[in-house]
Design a protein. Structure first.
Length: 497
């Protein structure tokens, strides 16, 4: 046994607990693999109570033209032609639009795509739910007398929040019979666990973390009609292009972060240009292209320009100078996070530029960087996206910190808040909808949580469900799309969106 911060980690599998009782531990192992780009094409998702059904016949809806259309000015760079998808009754219309400064000059329907008939399962709430938590505690790395492995500390931090959430759920009348398993971050171990009786009898599967293990578990959940909740992995390729209405991803993907940035830019800037700057890297280049596509779909009047460094990844201001404006705000999006040294070099170079108004948007992992000069952050008006935000002055946060310290004799970390919010959210959805909860997550955004908010929507893809040649709209999974935008201000980051 291994004790951490008031917790007991157990290396054996199948440890059982009931809400309010003693529990074993779990969490994430090391770095999550996000190095693969999103597959497929960007498409809008269904919102609110929209319910796709199989059409009986094509819907021919005339396209409404603007009252005062602008004549095309093809010689202007602000005139662009885009292809987009638009919901119309029981189908998607693929339309080609000509835009000038964001206004529609011309719009032609070029394809009709029927919606997949996806009927929500009926709610099936009950008094008690069995949950299998399968995450890498890495207790196999523990050696007596050598201290607690760093990765196990992260696991304990997350699960301490989960424990407190289970206590609160019990007071709300939600009883969870939790079985916790250590995957050790090993695919072979996970395969053994999927044959465990406690897993096969579980109502909900919580985890695991690594991409390969999640892919196996997602397939298992689909085959056995069990909801699978991914609490820590942001990778968008877990289900591939496959139909999986049982898979729930609660950490926004990299493209989700870009979408949040673009939405903020569209709402808060007037005169601006946009440039996506990346290294010579396939993943980053794919994300930059996605940013360009999503910006068009959002109706941003400015197209995202792209710049990729050469094979040596050297960056100079002169290399992008021709793509910047001396009059307007230059919004530079950098969808890169792997090489802190390269990013710090870019930041320092941009901070030294005079005569240009520059605003830089970076990825959430930049919060962990330690070598950047903070003065440079201020000079480039740095904005970062993040899926969590801790308002230290919040009354609820203050209460939670005191409660956490009393329980574990140490302050909560970011993963503690995430563990608490995630388990509380899933538990409440179980109470209201039973194991049918994934289909209803988009209808429940009113509850306020400590640091993590939830705006869960269906993520769709074109494809065929039945192997036919008919292209349909496929529900890949349900994903959280709530993003915070934080701006650096003097000596700290403040939430602006």
């Amino acid at each position: 046994m291994l004790g951490i911060g008031g917790l007991t980690l157990t290396a054996c599998f199948g440890h059982k607990r009931t809400a309010g009782g003693d529990v074993t531990t779990f969490n994430q192992d090391g770095t999550v693999n996000t190095d693969k780009p999103r597959t497929g094409v960007y498409t809008p998702v269904l919102k609110g109570n929209d319910k796709p059904v199989t059409p009986t016949k094509p819907v021919d809806k005339p396209i409404e033209q603007p009252k005062n259309p602008i004549k095309p000015v093809d010689s202007r760079r602000d005139t662009v032609v885009v292809t987009d998808t638009v919901r119309s009754g029981t189908e998607w219309l693929v339309v080609r639009r000509t835009l000038y400064l964001g206004r529609v000059l011309d719009e032609v329907t070029i394809e009709h795509i029927p919606l997949v008939s996806y009927e929500k399962p009926k709610p099936n709430p009950k008094s008690t739910y069995s949950m299998a938590i399968m995450l890498p505690f890495l207790t196999n790395l523990y050696e007596s007398g050598r201290g607690v492995p760093e990765k196990s500390k992260r696991a304990a931090e997350f699960y301490e929040g989960v424990q407190l959430a289970c206590q609160d759920l019990e007071t709300e009348g939600i009883v969870l019979d939790v079985h916790t398993f250590d995957t050790q971050g090993d695919t072979n171990v996970l395969k053994t666990l999927l044959n465990n009786e406690a897993v096969s009898n579980a109502d909900v599967l919580f985890g695991p973390v690594t991409t390969e293990n999640l892919q196996l578990t997602a397939k298992y959940g689909l085959a056995n009609n069990k909801p699978v909740v991914s609490p820590l992995n942001p990778t968008e390729i877990i289900t591939g292009k496959n139909y999986n209405p049982n898979f729930v991803q609660l950490v926004p993907s990299n493209e989700g972060h870009l979408m949040g940035m673009l939405d903020y830019i569209r709402r808060h800037f007037r005169r601006y240009s946009m440039l996506a700057l990346t290294r010579n890297d396939k993943v980053e280049t794919a994300l930059a292209q996605s940013a360009k596509d999503m910006s068009i779909a959002l109706g941003n009047p400015r197209t995202v320009q792209l710049y990729q460094t050469g094979a040596d990844n050297k960056f100079t201001f002169e290399s992008i100078k021709a793509q910047l404006s001396t009059r307007d705000t230059n919004v530079i999006i950098i969808p890169s996070w792997k090489d802190e040294g390269w990013i710090n070099g870019v930041i320092h170079t941009l901070a030294a530029v005079e005569g240009y108004k520059i605003v830089v948007f970076g990825m959430p992992r930049w919060f962990d960087y330690t070598k950047t000069t903070l003065d440079d952050y201020a000079k480039i008006n740095l904005h970062l996206s993040r899926d969590t935000y801790e308002d230290r002055e919040s009354t609820e946060i203050v209460k939670f910190r005191r409660r956490f310290f009393k329980a574990y004799n140490l302050p909560p970390g970011e993963l503690s808040y995430k563990g608490y919010d995630t388990m509380l959210f899933i538990g409440r959805m179980l109470k209201k909808y039973g194991t049918a909860f994934p289909a209803y997550l988009s209808e429940n955004t009113k509850d306020d949580y400590l640091c993590t908010q939830f705006n869960v929507k269906g993520v769709y893809e074109y494809g065929s469900l039945d192997g036919s040649k008919v292209e349909q709209q496929k529900l890949r999974y349900f994903g959280n799309q709530y993003i915070n935008i934080l701006r650096y201000d003097i000596d700290h980051f403040v939430k602006v969106f």
